[in-house]
Design a protein around this ligand. Sequence first.
Ligand SMILES: Nc1ncnc2c1ncn2[C@@H]1O[C@H](COP(=O)(O)OP(=O)(O)OP(=O)(O)O)[C@@H](O)[C@H]1O
Length: 255
Amino acid sequence: MQVSGLSKSFGGIHAVKDISFSVQQGEIVGLIGPNGAGKTTCFNLITGFYAPTAGTVHFDQQDVTGDKPYGMARRGIVRSFQKTNILKSLSVFENVLTGHYIEARQPVWKTFFPTAQVRRTEASVRDSAARIIHTIGLSRHMNTPASQLSCGELRLLEVALALAAKPRILMLDEPAAGLNSHEARLFGEVLRKLVGDLVESILIVEHNMGLIMSVSDRVVVMHFGEKLAEGTPAQVQKDLKVVEAYLGGSAKEKS
Ligand SMILES: Nc1ncnc2c1ncn2[C@@H]1O[C@H](COP(=O)(O)OP(=O)(O)OP(=O)(O)O)[C@@H](O)[C@H]1O
């Protein structure tokens, strides 16, 4: 995916200004910056929730700028759902099954008179859900109600729901919120396993610097809507502009 000159203004506020970066196949790219830097707006532009004021988004050599969220998801650009999408009374398996809605959509009459094709689809959806749950390491909780999961397990279930939509590029907005450093490390290990297996690449916005720096191949740093720096985790951590932006701002760093 290539983002070029992406900009978004709300009235007089330039939330995102002329941002360009790419996410290549096989990569995990971290998007960081102090509060209000424009990260979520950037996510909303890439996933079609906002139309950009200027700039383009290319995916698979196609200009997808301005596509609606559903169209982006069908192309394989999928963002994680918030935890409110988890149905607490349903099991892990049932939750992940519900996340397969795009693939499994069928006319209602077919539910009552299932054809061989519907039965095949159902079997493949169940296989896919089981594979996702296995890959994210929740197999032992397959039949556990979501209400009984720990915070770390819930965060993984949110990722599993996004995976059910068959992303090619998985976009995670603060997926490790509330995790302690041990849980965040395990979470990072799961993300690394996903790339090249269930997804082609990951773009992640996260305030947990320990997680971002350990999991990302490249990090893009935003500040006041603009790109401040880009490089490997080691490079951006040494960048004085980045250090200053964080120390001078209201960074909620929790490594
Ligand atoms: N819908 C909107 N209307 C007006 N201003 C907005 C809107 N969305 C975001 N902004 C403004 O754009 C700027 C960037 O906000 P954004 O939420 O993208 O930052 P962020 O980097 O994701 O912050 P945080 O880390 O706190 O989530 C902020 O000044 C914010 O107030």
